[in-house]
Design a protein around this ligand. Structure first.
Ligand SMILES: NC(=O)c1ccc[n+]([C@@H]2O[C@H](COP(=O)([O-])OP(=O)(O)OC[C@H]3O[C@@H](n4cnc5c(N)ncnc54)[C@H](OP(=O)(O)O)[C@@H]3O)[C@@H](O)[C@H]2O)c1
Length: 237
């Protein structure tokens, strides 16, 4: 089993929901974590939490679709923590509307955050991982990346793209000993659906912590093995 202590991670969309749960879980394991998100106050609360953890936290306010912000924040991570072991491409939005009602801006925002952001963070992380001949990239996709649903054309398109990206990337870089995988959760109780914290009925939706635990499971596998794609569903809907 991989010991995660003293490894370093970069998590996009770290402020709320699944990203936040992943950051807290990694910090508790002793991983040094950079969190990127647009809302600074969310980073402040994680910084407070990190004081009781062995892992260090570097909170960077920024937009995952902004090339300069992503490049700089990954460079800062490498300087601060001496390398980059894990990249968690988590930042994402879901604008759920029939395509005839979807504005060009809604479409562009979805693609820019969900897919361009994933590309940028991967692009700027890879040189460090390839040099180290080590690393793990986890893309938080969705069951909507495997199946379409009414109103979900833009969101599903971005998540289908993410799964295609994951498949091809794995083939491009496996010889560098870099693991590439996707996690495809069903519905998770986060701010995602409404912009408000979702009213979680225990047992009816996944929790952010379920997703974070799945990330830990994948990271703990021996470096020589990868889960590649994990579809995460609630046991009893
Ligand atoms: N919730 C679900 O049911 C579900 C199911 C399957 C997959 N997922 C996927 O899980 C991921 C996380 O979703 P979630 O449910 O945790 O959503 P969430 O509660 O809305 O959290 C998303 C986080 O991403 C940040 N973010 C959004 N746009 C960003 C940008 N441009 N740059 C940097 N950070 C950004 C948000 O903060 P700021 O807006 O302050 O930046 C927030 O901290 C997404 O990729 C989503 O598609 C969610």
């Amino acid at each position: 089993m991989n010991n995660l202590q003293d490894k370093s991670a970069y998590v996009s969309g770290a402020g709320k929901g699944i990203g936040r749960a992943i950051v807290l879980a990694l910090l508790k394991e002793g991983v040094n974590v950079t969190g990127l998100t647009r809302t600074s106050s969310d980073l402040d609360s994680i910084a407070d939490f990190s004081k009781s953890c062995t892992g260090k936290f570097l909170g960077i306010p920024g937009d995952i679709a902004d090339e300069t912000a992503v490049e700089k924040s990954i460079e800062q991570t490498v300087q601060e923590f001496g390398g980059l072991d894990f990249l968690i491409n988590n930042a994402g939005i879901g604008i759920i509307k029939p395509i005839q009602d979807m504005s060009i801006k809604d479409w562009d925002d979805t693609m820019n955050i969900n897919m361009r952001g994933t590309f940028l963070a991967t692009h700027f992380s890879l040189p460090h991982m390839m040099e180290a001949k080590d690393g793990t990239i986890i893309n938080i996709a969705s069951i909507a990346g495997k199946r379409g649903f009414a109103g979900g054309a833009a969101y599903s398109a971005s998540k289908f793209a993410m799964l295609g990206f994951t498949e091809a990337l794995m083939l491009d870089i496996r010889q560098y000993n870099i693991r590439v995988l996707s996690i495809c959760p069903g519905s998770v109780a986060t701010h995602f659906h409404t912009g408000e914290a979702m009213n979680k009925e225990k047992g009816h939706v996944l929790t952010p912590e379920d997703c974070a635990e799945t990330v830990l499971y994948a990271l703990r596998l021996p470096q020589s093995a990868t889960a590649h794609q994990i579809e995460l569903r609630i046991t009893n809907p």
